[in-house]
Design a protein around this ligand. Structure first.
Ligand SMILES: [Fe+2]
Length: 174
C-alpha cells in the first residue's frame, strides 16, 4: 500500500509555531528555554494570585503597610508573568494557560484556607525565596542554551524575588 502523504492529524502548530524563526537563539535551544520559562510563568502567576489574596486579607495593626506592600508586589508579579509569557511567544512556542497547568508547574502552594496575617506574610517571604532559587536554575539553563535575553530577564527576576522576601521578612521584624 502506498504511503499516505497526508499530514498527521496532530499538527505541530498546536505546540509550536516557531518553525521559520531565525533569531539569536539556536533552534535546538528554544524548546528547553521555553520549558523553563513556562515554569517561571507558572511561579510568577501563582505567586501573583497568592500575593493578591494576602493583600485582600491582611488584618491588624500593620494593615495599611502590608496592604500597600502586597499591592506593589502583586502588580509587579502580574507584569512579570506577562513579560515572561511573551518571551515564550518570541521563542516561537505557546505560553501556558489554565489554572490546572499552572498548578502542575509551580512550586507555590496556593490552595490553603485563610491564615493569620503573620503566617501569610512569612509564607510569602519563603515563597519568594523558593521562586528566586528556581529563577536562578532557569537563568543558568538559558545561559547554557545561548539565550542571552532570557538569561538577563531571569537574572532580573532573582533580584526582585529576593527584594520581595527581604521586605516581607522586615515587616515581620526579622
Ligand atoms: Fe487593592
Amino acid at each position: 500500500m502506498a504511503k499516505s502523504t497526508r499530514p498527521k492529524a496532530s499538527s505541530s502548530k498546536v505546540e509550536s509555531d516557531g518553525g521559520t524563526l531565525n533569531t539569536s537563539v539556536p533552534k535546538e535551544a528554544r524548546e528547553q528555554v521555553a520549558e523553563a520559562l513556562t515554569k517561571a510563568v507558572a511561579d510568577s502567576y501563582t505567586l501573583y494570585a497568592k500575593t493578591l489574596g494576602v493583600h485582600w486579607n491582611v488584618q491588624g495593626r500593620d494593615f495599611f503597610g502590608l496592604h500597600k506592600l502586597t499591592d506593589a508586589q502583586y502588580n509587579e508579579l502580574h507584569t512579570a508573568a506577562d513579560a515572561l509569557a511573551e518571551r515564550i511567544r518570541a521563542l516561537g512556542k505557546l505560553a501556558p494557560t489554565g489554572s490546572e497547568t499552572f498548578r502542575a508547574l509551580t512550586v507555590i502552594e496556593n490552595e490553603a484556607p485563610h491564615k493569620p496575617t503573620q503566617q501569610m506574610i512569612a509564607e510569602l517571604a519563603r515563597d519568594n525565596e523558593a521562586v528566586a532559587r528556581r529563577m536562578s536554575e532557569f537563568a543558568e539553563l538559558a545561559d547554557e542554551a545561548g539565550d542571552l535575553f532570557t538569561h538577563d530577564m531571569l537574572v532580573a527576576r532573582i533580584g526582585v524575588h529576593e527584594e520581595n522576601a527581604w521586605m516581607l521578612r522586615s515587616s515581620l521584624g526579622e
